[in-house]
Design a binder for this molecule. Sequence first.
Ligand code: UDX
Length: 443
Amino acid sequence: MNIAVVGTGYVGLVTGVGLSEIGHNVICIDTDEKKVTRMKLGESPIYEPGLDELMTKNIKEGRLQFTTNHAEAFEAAHAIYIAVGTPENADGTANLTYINQVVEQIATYVKKDIVVVTKSTVPVGTNHSIKEKLNALLPTETKAEVVSNPEFLREGSAVYDIFNGDRIVIGADSKEAAALIREINEPFGIPIYETDICSAEMIKYASNAFLATKISFINEIANVCEKVGADVEQVAVGMGLDSRVGTQFLKAGIGYGGSCFPKDTKALKKIAENVDYDFGLLSAVIEFNNKQQRKLLDQAVADFGSLEGKSIGVLGLAFKPNTDDIREAASLTIIPELLRMGAHVKAYDPIAIENMKKVLPTEIQYTGSAVEAIEDTDLVLILTEWDEFKSLSLEIFVKKMKSSFIYDGRNCFSLEAVQEYDINYYSIGRKMLNKSNLATNKN
Ligand code: UDX
């Protein structure tokens, strides 16, 4: 099958590469010439483990191409995938500017009947308006069908997810269009769920909102655990043993970030508002997550009184491990606040430093290693659970820090391990370990 994918961001590129790997002829289109030149050489513009290798392989085997030319890409396509961004407007709604541009490009360059597949996350009803617009713009003898095919890829494991997802959702009003997209997807060997267009659009928002709710729920439980002396890690295990609850997405921490959960929860709230429905539960999830991202900051201020003049080491800038993405990361809430309070911040992340430099180029002292970031600090905040941090010897903290106060927002260490050392340790939803008086520095 010949497939054109418009947009080579995270979703478009992984989708295009995945479709080529299962045997389709894929041509990915982007307007950015420099990016296209790089991708033709097999270089992924995003950090995603395993993606470069898979790109190179499929380019070499002749199934994957890149272009800036829409006419060329659309000419032989059986299906055109829309995978452009739908960023957040100031009011929380999804911005459809890029989607509308693609609709116009399709109308300009497509010369035959076409099936358009929407991968981008779009508000319920958008696919119907795409279809209407396209059919109004295309010549009368040409017909466009539209299929909603949302993605459920996780950053950092997208290459694994595209071949091992739990389901592929196909939302279509036309049996022929649904059959074509089913045929394209069958080689993935993943269960396919066919539904109508509006339900498919809603499945994407509902799934992300549900997962965000699950995270906020366990984080609220964690906060109560701290006050009543329970341990959230053990509570999560016990809850997860009930198959109705499930073990996943019960990891307590300093809230969710990234390019999807914050944006999609707000967009769903807006979708409900637009039909006069007050989605109170979702509003609470969003509001709570904003508070939870500040949790370490509030605890440190409660402990130290003031953070002015304190030297603070920050481990982890990315919104989660295995990605360089800092969008909506807790680091973006916490670090500017620390700076505002007059603290000196040293920060380290295995790969996200370059992205943070675009936001805070000079205000932070970036270090080349975790050990440098914790050296001579009064306190350390752990914001991302990189394996590199989890495998740090706790002795290093004792040896290198001025006073060993660790605020661990991702529960990277077991309490048993920490207890062996002279460390003051605050983590999420667990017992606080106090070894020394806050006023006493070791040196
Ligand atoms: C998410 C969805 O998982 C994916 O299906 C969708 O297509 C895009 O959004 P992603 O944002 O890449 O994927 O990462 P994910 O692994 O889901 O984590 C999102 C955030 O939730 C991260 O900040 C992570 O730290 C946090 N999280 C996740 C928790 O705090 N606890 C958990 O138990 C799980």
